[in-house]
Design a protein around this ligand. Structure first.
Ligand SMILES: Nc1ncnc2c1ncn2[C@@H]1O[C@H](COP(=O)(O)OP(=O)(O)OP(=O)(O)O)[C@@H](O)[C@H]1O
Length: 318
């Protein structure tokens, strides 16, 4: 394992058994790394496997096969003590700031809960840390005695962030952390995450279907489709020089602010529905979402390969 990597994911599969005979391949042989201190964005249409991938990395779901190495240790083979340490080091920020905070607990106790398990603090230290965290995420110490229903959506997501930070993690999986928020609040939350990352040296997996927000926050970006990685590259390479036809289509659909530019730009239409991951199309699974499909594209789904330095793509055309 390279010492630059915090996380290495090798041939990860997460299959769900649905009904008696069907298998849903939510994550199907995915490999990538997350470097220390970077943000890896994971994008793709609804149901492509982003959340399942993140949850399997965190060990919330057992892997069907493959490995997730965190600081060189396999997350799915850790003993009790290692698991406890991993739970402290790898936190999650949830999509829905309304459902993810216990309405019966005060904000202070929500933030303090993880500290009680993982940090050995006196009650004075605990209180001071809660106050510091509230300030760090742009709230006041007085918010600590309030309940979630007294706060706005943006404020609640700030609490979700403070809760994740409370146990001093190395890694945070941000699972669509802004999609339930008003557009006006979304940039504030993303900028807060960027600021905290710089201050605390955090590593993020940022899951979203909002390609412009992912561009804003990520160092590298992976594009998922039907449980597979279509393309993985640096932020600049992916947005300025997308190689996979599917990535090209997704990027061409990003809304632009200028209506006159909207008329002239070359939008690649994604026709029809995403196929079911229970019954993906035969041959290359990307074929239904590929504007350039040729005869060769009916061979099996190609593996992700490096076609330019640090630019990986799974496509027969390369
Ligand atoms: N516990 C589960 N049991 C069975 N199928 C599941 C389970 N969780 C997810 N799936 C299926 O796995 C596939 C991937 O789902 P997942 O939530 O990971 O996608 P996603 O890309 O995060 O989508 P979204 O953006 O809508 O959250 C979907 O077809 C989903 O229905």
């Amino acid at each position: 394992m390279s010492k630059d990597n915090l996380i290495e994911i090798v041939n990860l599969k997460k299959y769900f058994q649905v009904g008696r005979n069907a298998t849903l391949k939510a994550v199907d042989n995915v490999s990538f790394n997350i470097k220390k201190g970077e943000t890896l964005g994971l994008v793709g249409e609804s149901g492509c496997g982003k959340t399942t991938c993140g949850r399997t990395i965190l060990g919330i779901y057992p892997a069907t096969s493959g490995q997730v190495l965190f600081n060189g240790k396999d997350v799915h083979k850790m003993n009790r003590a290692e698991k406890l340490e991993f739970k402290k080091n790898a936190q999650i920020i949830f999509q829905d700031p309304y459902a993810s905070l216990d309405p019966r607990m005060t904000i202070g106790d929500i933030i303090g809960e993880g500290m009680d398990v993982h940090l050995n603090l006196s009650s004075k230290e605990r209180q001071e840390k809660i106050h510091d965290l509230l300030k760090k995420v742009g709230l006041n110490p007085e918010h600590g005695s309030r309940f979630p229903h007294e706060l706005s959506g943006g404020q609640r997501q700030r609490i979700g962030i403070a809760r994740a930070l409370a146990v001093e993690p190395q890694f945070i999986m941000c699972d669509e952390p802004i999609s339930a928020l008003d557009v006006s609040i979304q940039a504030q939350i993303v900028n807060l995450l960027i600021k905290l990352q710089r201050e605390m040296g955090l590593t993020y997996l940022f899951i979203s279907h909002d390609l412009s927000m992912v561009k804003h926050i990520s160092d590298r970006v992976g594009v998922m489709y039907l449980g597979s990685m279509a393309e993985l590259a640096s932020n600049e390479a992916l947005y300025d020089n997308p190689l996979h036809p599917y990535t090209k289509a997704l990027i061409s659909a990003i809304p632009v602010a200028d209506p006159s530019a909207e008329e002239t730009r070359n939008r690649i239409k994604l026709e029809g529905e995403v196929p079911s991951p229970i019954n993906p199309p035969p041959g290359c699974k990307f074929v239904k979402r590929c504007a350039y499909a040729k005869d060769i594209c009916h061979k099996e789904t190609p593996k992700l390969k490096e076609v330019e330095k640090d630019h990986f793509v799974a496509c027969h055309l390369y």
